[in-house]
Design a protein around this ligand. Sequence first.
Ligand SMILES: Cc1cc2nc3c(=O)[nH]c(=O)nc-3n(C[C@H](O)[C@H](O)[C@H](O)COP(=O)(O)O)c2cc1C
Length: 199
Amino acid sequence: MKKILHIISSPKGEASMSIKLGNTVIDKIKTEYPGSTVKVRDLTKNPFPHLEEATLAAFYTPAENHTPENREAVKHSDEAIAEIMDADIIVIGAPLWNFGVPSVLKAWIDHIARVGHTFKYTEAGPEGLIKDKVVYIAMASGGIYTSGAMQGYDYATPYLKGLFSFLGVTDVNIFRVEGSAYPGQAEIALQRGLESIVL
Ligand SMILES: Cc1cc2nc3c(=O)[nH]c(=O)nc-3n(C[C@H](O)[C@H](O)[C@H](O)COP(=O)(O)O)c2cc1C
């Protein structure tokens, strides 16, 4: 039995390729681990705020010195980090938008990448504090980036992989639906993406 956290960052609902891909990953996890539970965090319905001066001030104030204002400023971050730490598996739906991730996903990332909580600096260098978790990234793009002329233009996948690796996750896996914008290719791209899922 696993605790799964599903992060959604596409506003397209039932038409979303990244949500379909993420849901299929989750179905496979549930088949492998019967009784697994899923918590859905839809960032498009409940977006995280941009980091403000008060948020940064609270981030860099030790928790034991937090004022009520500091505590209020970090409540979104505390909640997001608690959800991650509580999960065994994190499935992140990531539409490719303008070669990067949608800003709602970036806003969430800015709340979860927090010094002293999800990473720290030691004399030996940075150390990620998100241990013993598996991340599956369900990436959807209109274009094709694993081969051809656009190879190298997908900055989202290396970014997400690098970020989670920095935060301590050693098991980061990417599945893709790509090429859905090519005329007549949407269903084929989706099918190919779903069939590529091997846990
Ligand atoms: C605002 C926006 C920007 C996009 N930028 C890109 C892009 O840079 N490269 C690409 O291949 N597709 C791009 N697309 C197409 C999406 O990646 C594609 O529709 C994908 O299926 C989105 O995931 P979703 O279906 O889960 O929403 C963009 C779509 C939107 C709405």
